[in-house]
Design a protein around this ligand. Structure first.
Ligand SMILES: [Zn+2]
Length: 313
């Protein structure tokens, strides 16, 4: 049981870090994103979110059959309105969220329907007392980011939702490197690199809720086909270039980008082969471009110029 608590706490920490950095990236680049929506700034989980075998350990923390705030972005309207991790959410804009194994799916549908308008009204329960909390959502790029738990150094996007695995969370060093990874995946989406007909395959329709999925994605024919597509068309270079702008726009340090990809190639060469979706090849061309992009952005920043990728309207 003790081991389970350690794993749950680690996953909750990683989820909080992921959502904190994703929130900054998604809210800083709305002018470049074709689709935007209100960013919740918090994730929800119930006692089943890490799988049934963790349910009793989850219950001994503060999770129940219903939905509880599992992570929250500190610098967000939700926090400023008084919402805290551990609060039970009973209603979202007047709609009951329910309980049980399917409650996350149900909540996702409710929130998707009701988040169009950026005003949010929650009824929550804390220490047995009910509270109403209202706030206005910030606008963000409409690319939900989810944490997967396969323990592999992987990140991918299906064109809509972005998945970052726990293995990647443990490999990156701090928020700056995580922002570089997220920026890269957002760039794939902004540039429409992932064909629309693929978009429903893996994670379509996911929103900013705590989801811990194992999709087996990279081993599918779709995953391999997509990896080939990215490389054959130079999409990786484009995602690197625009991704670094997104990272910088969110206020993160980009100096380490080339070194990050290099480290990924050195320590985990299996993840830089054309077999996986994450495939981030360590080619000399790629490093040269990363270095020149870093120089370009720093030069613009020092000159006080607006950070807009060249060739993007
Ligand atoms: Zn990529």
């Amino acid at each position: 049981m003790k081991e389970r608590f350690i794993i749950i706490e680690q996953l909750l920490r990683e989820e909080a870090q992921l959502q904190r950095v994703a929130y900054k990236v998604m809210t800083a680049s709305t002018h470049l994103c074709p689709k935007t929506r209100g960013a919740l700034g918090f994730t929800l989980a119930n006692k089943f979110s890490f799988g049934s075998e963790y349910a009793s350990a989850m219950e001994q923390l503060y999770f129940t059959d219903g939905l509880t705030v599992s992570s929250i972005v500190l610098d967000s309207p939700a926090v400023r309105a008084g919402l805290r991790a551990g609060d039970a959410i009973l209603t979202f804009n007047g709609q009951k969220l329910g309980s049980g194994k399917d409650s996350l799916d149900h909540a996702r549908t409710v929130i998707d329907q009701r988040v169009q308008n950026t005003a949010v009204e929650l009824q929550i329960q804390r220490n047995g007392t009910l509270y109403d909390i209202t706030f206005e959502l910030e606008t963000a790029c409409n690319y939900p980011v989810v944490l997967t738990n396969k323990g592999i150094i992987n990140a991918f996007t299906d064109g809509a939702a972005i998945s970052i695995d726990t293995g990647m969370m443990r490999f990156i060093d701090g928020d700056d490197e995580l922002a570089i990874i997220i920026g890269h995946e957002v760039a794939h989406n902004i540039m429409g690199h992932i064909p629309k007909k693929f978009a429903n395959f893996a994670l379509g329709g996911v929103i900013d809720l705590a989801l811990f999925l194992t999709t087996g994605f990279q081993s599918t024919a779709f995953g391999q086909m997509s990896a080939q597509l990215l490389h054959s068309q130079g999409f990786e270079l484009e995602a690197d270039y625009i991704g670094l702008y997104l990272t910088a726009l969110a206020g993160y340090e980009i100096n380490n980008a080339a070194q990050l990809w290099r480290r990924m190639g050195v320590f985990h060469p299996q993840f830089v082969t054309p077999k996986t979706w994450s495939t981030h090849p360590s080619s000399p061309e790629r490093f040269a471009q990363l270095e020149s992009t870093i120089a370009e952005i720093i030069q613009k920043r020092n000159a006080g110029a607006v950070l807009i990728p060249e060739g993007i309207k």
